[in-house]
Design a protein around this ligand. Structure first.
Ligand SMILES: [Ca+2]
Length: 277
């Protein structure tokens, strides 16, 4: 998740070069619980090549590692913010803690940097979202450094926010899909859409993206919600990118002081299919 999207959305004003194209949003019908289902290829010709069902007691260190430990926005990321619940799910939480007599917020996430970095595919996660204001959840792809060289997103990569959500998105009834490219400085560009999702607050939903050399197609609960290509003014990464599941604390999501904590997101699985045809 990029700070520019937060700034642009909070202020309601897009700064120079911040072409966040938030559409009016497609309505998504009643979700199919489980989305793409248990390992079935959602796209003809695609095969499941990587997945984590989050079974067991310990996070699989061959697939994931703690994301961005240390100060991050208005929180401190700690490794135990992300843990398995022993019932087949990854739980990522934000909590209050006292450090040196001051209230701090501990949060975090996991990523696959250096462990698994696909180029193209269909990527999907089944997630139950957080309920409180003040922090946002995300399932996203990125690379580092993103945007080098500027002007060549094929090589420089695209931050691909498959799902971002906080309680201030249409009072907690919508999520966003966002793309960011050409880095995070003056050359930064973005495209995105906010989409309403029926029953978003209840239970699990699947969030996916079909990433090809030509376009990104986003899905919620198996229903296409946003499609963007270079012809639409978007950008496409053609380089390896890592997966991230994260919570972040910041004003974009409202004032965390008003949140009942701990609170967070629950991830049932992450699955990646590749085109083997
Ligand atoms: Ca699971």
């Amino acid at each position: 998740m990029c700070m520019f999207a937060a700034a642009a959305l909070v202020g309601g004003v897009l700064g120079p070069g911040l072409g966040v194209g938030l559409g009016v949003g497609a309505g998504v019908g009643a979700g199919l619980d489980g989305g793409a289902g248990a390992g079935g290829a959602p796209i003809p010709g695609y095969e499941l090549v990587w997945h984590d069902e989050f079974e067991g007691e310990e996070l699989d260190a061959t697939k994931w590692k703690p994301w961005a430990l240390g100060p991050r926005r208005d929180a401190v990321n700690v490794d135990d913010a992300a843990r398995l619940d022993g019932e087949g799910r990854l739980v990522i939480s934000t909590r209050r803690a006292e450090r040196g007599g001051e209230t701090v917020y501990e949060s975090g996430g996991v990523w696959t940097e250096g462990l698994y970095e696909p180029t193209f595919g269909y990527l999907e996660a089944r997630i139950s979202l957080q309920t409180q204001i003040g922090h946002w959840s995300a399932f996203w792809l990125n690379c580092s450094p993103m945007g080098e060289p500027v002007g060549d997103p094929h090589a420089g990569g695209v931050e691909t926010d498959i799902m971002e959500f906080h309680r201030r998105m249409r009072d907690g009834t919508a999520v966003q899909h966002n793309l960011h490219w050409d880095g995070y400085a003056e050359a930064h560009k973005s495209r995105g859409r906010e989409v309403s999702v029926q029953g978003l607050a209840e239970g699990f939903h699947t969030f996916g993206v079909l990433w090809t050399a030509e376009e990104y197609v986003f899905f919620v609960d198996g229903v296409e919600t946003f499609r963007v290509s270079e012809k639409d003014g978007g950008a496409i990464s053609r380089r390896a990118e890592y997966l991230i599941l994260s919570l972040e604390v910041g004003d974009w999501a409202g004032d965390i002081a008003g949140a009942e904590l701990p609170d967070g997101m629950v991830v049932d699985w992450v699955r990646v299919w590749e085109n083997r045809e």
